[in-house]
Design a protein around this ligand. Structure first.
Ligand code: NAP
Length: 320
């Protein structure tokens, strides 16, 4: 079968479309005829060698896909750690979900990582229950115009969250505002910590979804109100978080980790999340935002969009 192979560790040029043997599913696994795969920042890190738990190259790239289940022809979207960007993928039934009616394969491939991650970010922030108070909880969403970011905006709107999103581009911010983002902050033009202070009249926010690392973890803590939470779930800067835990004492703040790879093994948690996500989806409230679609052969170009911060929403690879 045709597959996207990480030939050696490095930048997107190491990706090659090759002919490889079909996967052999274990008795518990299902085999999916893949139509499309969703690109994640983790795919870039995997190719560069910075993603824990992935085998050494050569290996088939890709963590999420959409296609039809061999045997019953059911349209499914699925999550894996690698092996998704291929004509066929083997997957655990626990990590396969039926594609909502009327969704394209591209939309199905853009769902699992972004929506489960965004859902769990609200869960970790303690904000999943709709609020009965007078004021809406405030949340900062970094990379708000990306895959996880746009999913977090759609979910935040349902939870009545006052959202503050950061991005490098006015154009991207204008597009996310159409999804329901109330406050866009262009960090190239304005320091986001200062902007949050102004926009919240010095009060700060209840939570920050932080996927940048480096200086941004402490900076995000400084954006919090009393007892606020920073949810750390990435390090797009490539730097480990710089955080002196003493800054947490001052306002009873906390930092919570979130890693879908780990949570995806927690069956009950995933089922609970899917119950809510599928209900919202059935009601037409959630729909993946697709920025670009590329054929498998153009994967290096597609990966580079994320690296160069040029993507909006999800970038998808088409296999058929
Ligand atoms: N822990 C988990 O389980 C988990 C799951 C999914 C994703 N993540 C993390 O969440 C983040 C977003 O992932 P995604 O797949 O949805 O990607 P994405 O947000 O669609 O794309 C990355 C975006 O990050 C922003 N960015 C800010 N600083 C950057 C930098 N130094 N280099 C590159 N991009 C930078 C850019 O948007 P602007 O130009 O608009 O700032 C860029 O478009 C990543 O850090 C990823 O590792 C973690």
């Amino acid at each position: 079968m045709k597959a996207l192979v990480i030939s050696r560790l490095g930048d997107p040029d190491v990706l090659e479309v090759r002919s490889v043997p079909d996967p052999v599913p274990t008795p518990e696994q299902a085999l999916i005829q893949v139509e499309a795969g969703g690109i994640n920042f983790a795919d870039i890190m995997t190719a560069q060698g910075g993603y824990p738990g992935t085998p050494a190259p050569p290996l088939v790239a890709g963590r999420e896909f959409c296609g039809t289940r061999v045997g019953d022809g059911q349209r499914m979207m699925g999550y894996a750690q690698w092996g998704a960007f291929a004509e066929r993928a083997a997957a655990s039934p626990q990590l396969l979900w039926p594609v909502p009616k009327a969704w394209s394969a591209e939309e199905g491939a853009a769902f699992p990582v972004n929506y489960f991650t965004a859902y769990f970010a609200y869960w970790k922030a303690g904000l999943l229950e709709p609020t009965s108070g007078k004021t809406s909880p405030r949340v900062v969403i970094h990379a708000v115009a990306g895959g996880v970011g746009t999913a977090a905006v759609q979910i935040g709107k349902l939870l009545d969250i006052e959202m503050y999103g950061t991005s490098s581009s006015e154009e991207k911010l204008a597009r996310v505002k159409e999804l329901g983002l109330q406050h866009g902050i262009n960090y190239k033009q304005r320091d986001y910590e200062e902007a949050i202070k102004d926009l919240t009249h010095g009060e700060g926010v209840d939570a920050v979804f932080e996927m940048l690392g480096g200086e941004h973890t402490a900076k995000s803590v400084r954006c919090l109100c009393d007892f606020g939470r920073v949810i750390v779930y990435g390090a797009a800067t490539g730097q480990a978080a710089h955080l002196d835990a003493r800054i947490l004492y001052i306002k009873g703040a906390s930092v919570h980790g979130l890693w879908l790879t780990y949570l995806s093994a927690k069956r009950e948690l995933m089922n609970q999340a899917w119950k809510q996500l599928s209900a919202w989806t059935a009601d037409g409230h959630l729909r993946p935002v697709i920025g670009n679609v590329f054929p498998l052969e153009k994967a290096p170009e597609a990966y580079r969009l994320l690296l160069e911060r040029k993507n909006f929403g999800k970038v998808v690879l088409k296999l058929t």
